[in-house]
Design a protein around this ligand. Structure first.
Ligand code: UT7
Length: 322
């Protein structure tokens, strides 16, 4: 049996940092409110001249280096993002060319905060099917572009960044399983109201910004992420006590704590980046994975559960032996 295995990870955060104290000067909020309600202390924001593909490039280069592969070996690129440079070509195509990767399938996956797990799950299936020997999978976002910086309900939450992994085939596990889901009935709780085929003229104007009914999203997120974790463990006949690490979507520390509690996992076994990154949507899980790998906490062979939840709603998980 062929598994896909994470051979290397990388991340990139734009240099510009906005702290909660900076936000106190912009909207009617406080560091205390933001920290206690969300866990966020600071977030990184891309420069005007940085597009999502620029963020992807840096994260991808790190993952390629860490995996010890040459760009000529890469035969699949998958990028999860909701904030691409342009409507087309997709970001996967842009970075395939800029990195010097030979022509290959280049997949753009749009699933809001679950974008990376949608991309990872798809790439995993290519590798297992023998159709990819070296896949570059990226989650990246510039949600700062879609936020109304005068709306305290949303502007304190989000940040920009990119995370990447290289997947290679292996006889040893590897990704054990991935599980994706979506339910469009929740569309109105979290959405951006304009796009290329609807109200195009509103994009980038005060008429369009991220809309969220935060407390309703919160309730469904906690319930869904608990179920997502059980689904991944049950599918593999693995007990929650065997988990070494939870690498959760970093939307809100209280959501993360609720999922950890459901798994009986102490917070020491949870990779937390929400305080430094904010909610980076599709970039959140691969950046948290990279943090845990690079600081030496996540070791080869350990059991890692990744999960995410976002607009749609969409959700997903991946259980793997790192
Ligand atoms: O990544 C995709 C998934 N996204 C999520 O999972 C996000 C889920 N939701 C959340 O994380 C939380 O719901 C929020 C952090 C967005 C909000 O926290 P909350 O505890 O649910 O607060 P709330 O929306 O119920 O608002 C409570 C109060 C309101 O004031 P009143 O009506 O009680 O007077 C808000 O106006 O807090 C007020 N408020 C703020 N106050 C200071 C909302 N935003 C702020 C703010 N600073 N930035």
């Amino acid at each position: 049996m062929i598994y896909s295995r994470v051979a290397g990870t990388g991340r990139y955060l734009p240099e510009k940092v906005i702290t909660n104290f900076d936000l106190e000067k912009m909207v009617d909020t406080s560091d205390e409110w933001i920290r206690t309600r969300t866990g966020v202390e600071r977030r990184h924001v891309a420069r005007e001249d940085q597009a999502v593909s620029d963020l992807c490039m840096e994260a991808a280069k790190q993952a390629i280096d860490a995996a010890g592969v040459d760009v000529s070996e890469i035969d699949l690129v998958a990028v999860g993002t909701t904030t691409p440079d342009t409507f087309f070509p997709n970001v996967a195509t842009l970075i395939q060319h800029r990195l010097g990767i030979p022509p290959c399938p280049a997949l753009g996956m749009e699933a809001a905060c679950t974008g990376f797990l949608y991309a990872l799950s798809t790439a995993d299936k290519f590798v297992r099917a023998g159709e990819s020997k070296c896949a570059l999978v990226v989650g990246a976002e510039c949600l700062s572009r879609l936020v109304d910086w005068t709306d305290r309900n949303t502007c304190v939450l989000f940040g920009d960044g990119a995370g990447a992994v290289i997947l290679k085939p292996s006889d040893e596990p590897g990704i054990l399983s991935t599980h994706l889901g979506a339910d469009g009935q929740y569309r109105d709780l979290l959405y951006y109201p304009a796009g290329p085929s609807k109200d195009l003229h509103k994009i980038g104007t005060p008429e369009a910004a991220i809309m969220m009914t935060g407390n309703e999203v919160f309730k469904v997120a906690v319930k869904t992420l608990g179920n997502v974790a059980s689904e991944a463990l049950d599918a593999n006949g693995i007990d929650k006590s065997e988990l070494d690490w939870l690498v959760p979507h970093q939307a809100n520390i209280r959501i993360i704590q609720a999922t950890a509690k459901r798994l009986d996992l102490p917070m020491e076994k949870v990779i937390q980046t929400v305080q430094d990154h904010g909610n980076t949507s599709a970039a959140s899980v691969p950046m948290a994975l990279d943090v845990g790998v690079r600081d030496g906490r996540i070791q080869r062979g350990q059991l890692v559960l990744m999960e995410a939840f976002g607009g749609g709603f969409t959700w997903g998980s991946a259980l793997m032996r790192y």
